[in-house]
Each structure stands twice: as C-alpha cells, then as structure tokens.
Design a protein around this ligand. Sequence first.
Ligand code: TZP
Ligand code: MG
Length: 217
Amino acid sequence: MITKKDMLKEIDFYLVTDSSLSKQGTLSDVQDAVESGCRIVQYREKNKSTKNMIAEALQIKAICNDDAIFLVNDRIDVALAVDADGVHIGQDDMPIDIARRILGADKIIGLTVHSTSEAIEAERNGADYVGLSPIFDTTTKNDAGKGIGIEKIRDVKNVINIPIVAIGGINKENCKRVIENGADGLVAISAVLCSDDVQHEIKEFITIIRNALDHIS
Ligand code: TZP
Ligand code: MG
C-alpha cells in the first residue's frame, strides 16, 4: 500500500489555500487542484473560527481522499480533529518535537525554513520535508521578508536529504529554474488562485515542473 508519506517523494506542484486571494473559493480551488493532478494540499486559513475551519477541513479531506496529501497550516488541533495527514508549521509555531509527540510518527510534519542551518535543524528534529521561504519577494505573506534567492535552494539541497518545497513569488516564468536549482516541488499561491482558470494554471505548472524534474533525473 502506498502511504501518504510515500507520496511525499513526488510532490511537484503543492497547493496552499488562501481564502483572501481566492476567486472561486477554497473548496473549488482544492477540487480544481486535485482534478489537475496536484498531490498535496495545505489548508491555510487565518480568518475563520475553529468551528468553521473544522467543517471546511473535513470537506477538503474528502476531496483529497487517497489522491492528495492533506495538511493543515499551523493548527495542530484542527489537524487532529479531522485526522488530516499532517501539518505544516513555521519557526514560531509549536516546536517540532512537541508537534511530533502529539501527532505521532505516522503523520507528516513540514517546517518552513529560511536558511541552511534551519534546514539542517528541521531534518534533525524529524521534519518530513521543508518549505524553503521566500525564494523571491512576495506580497502574499506580509511578514515573509526579502527573497533569499534561487541559489539558496541548491545550498539547502546539499545539506539535507528530506524534500525541499520552494515557496514565495513563484510563477510560470521562474518555476522551471526553481526546480533546476534543486527544489523537489513548489508552491505558487497568487499565480494560481488569482487566475480565472485555476485548473488550467495548475496543469501548466505541473507540466513545466514534471518536465524539469524528468530532465534532472
Ligand atoms: N509562506 C512563505 S511565502 C508565502 C507563504 C505562505 C506566500 C507565497 O505566495 P505567492 O503568491 O506564491 O508568492
Ligand atoms: Mg505558521
């Protein structure tokens, strides 16, 4: 049986939801992503009540089903409540060793890192993958800081063995270079959620990413 952790080996396009940017709504975005072949979805919601988040998370979990990994951003309580596949947490969220103790060995924990030292620390502390952020300047996350540059992906690749997901300012024009510089997968939020045809955009991203990955392997 292929587990959700096994699926982490083939991340390519990674959807992060954002209800403030979405044109069609988060559930529609998730449906479009999974139908387009996206295999990992992170529910990132900053403005809803816990009750509404749990209700929405259950619907996202149902859409992801066996086809996509379903993670919850920050909210370990919500992830546990709906039995999500795991969480994505940041440097200022719950420490990863405590999150691991609460969630158990089988759940996926992704951690945002900004440097090689944070990436090494993340792997040592049991992260299943790192989100390297922000590659380029972005207006989607107010406190993301300045872009660290595409070359940093290779630096991080050279010091860890877990997958690297690149995030921040990524679009269809620069995504090939992001993969060529060592990312195993990537997130693009505004580039897909602000488009009129989310399915079409994600399919195009997936084609570019898989082509780039095929050329590397
Ligand atoms: N974390 C780091 S950068 C970022 C998040 C959630 C926002 C990325 O959004 P975009 O629109 O793809 O630049
Ligand atoms: Mg966070």
